[in-house]
Design a protein around this ligand. Sequence first.
Ligand code: ADP
Ligand code: UDP
Length: 237
Amino acid sequence: MEKREELYAGKAKSVFYTDDPERFVLVFRDDTSAFDGEKKEQLNRKGMVNNLFNGFIMEKLEAAGVPTHFEGVLSDTESLVKKLDMIPVECVVRNVSAGSLCRRLGVEEGQELTPPTYELFLKDDALHDPMVNESLAVSFNWANEAELARMKELTYKVNDVLKTLFDEAGMLLVDYKLEFGRSGSEIVLGDEFSPDGCRIWDKETRKKMDKDRFRQGLGDVIETYEEVGRRLGINFH
Ligand code: ADP
Ligand code: UDP
């Protein structure tokens, strides 16, 4: 497999063509951003930590029956993935209240949500990722009803797998965002799962162990991501 020219550079990752038209290389960069790109920094080792973290999680999900784009880690900061036709809708499950939910509804952070909630957001930085719903997604042709039902089913399945995984390692999976795409007629999990796109708290102390450390200027961002990974059994270099 040969890496070819760059197709797209996002805020944290870049997508490269390969000599196989059905496969891309995802490059995890050290760039870190929050608030739709308004706060930006380079964090040493972040690309490597998130790439290896994502590879570990994607393999767990695949083994549990979630179809993912992940094909393998190529280097510290690169992974090979299936090319997907990305759906511009972000799927969010919350087990505990935090972030935009608290701002939107005026509820306190840390409230257990039973059953877990499910929300959709349009992937559009210029509009600050507005909340949408299935009716809007169908009417605007972002995805059809069957695709949306599958995205919801898979997003909850990810919760079953990962809530237990984090719990057994002494952590609470508070919430997370997933992105899906089409591979032929199949809905497949794309993008990444790393501490950049979810909230993870220590079960006992409730210490924040995710991107909120960067958003809120709490320090030790990558050291804490590595601690999450180590607790799950990931070996970083
Ligand atoms: P953003 O676009 O939000 O700035 P990133 O920096 O993470 O995000 O860029 C990665 C981009 O690659 C995202 O737009 C994501 O939707 C897209 N992407 C992720 N996985 C795939 C895939 N398998 N096929 C095509 N595009 C993908
Ligand atoms: N999230 C993300 N990318 C986004 C928006 C949200 O990865 O563009 C993640 C975020 O890290 C959190 C979850 O989705 O784990 C829910 O985010 P929320 O709606 O609370 O928004 P936030 O306050 O984090 O912007």
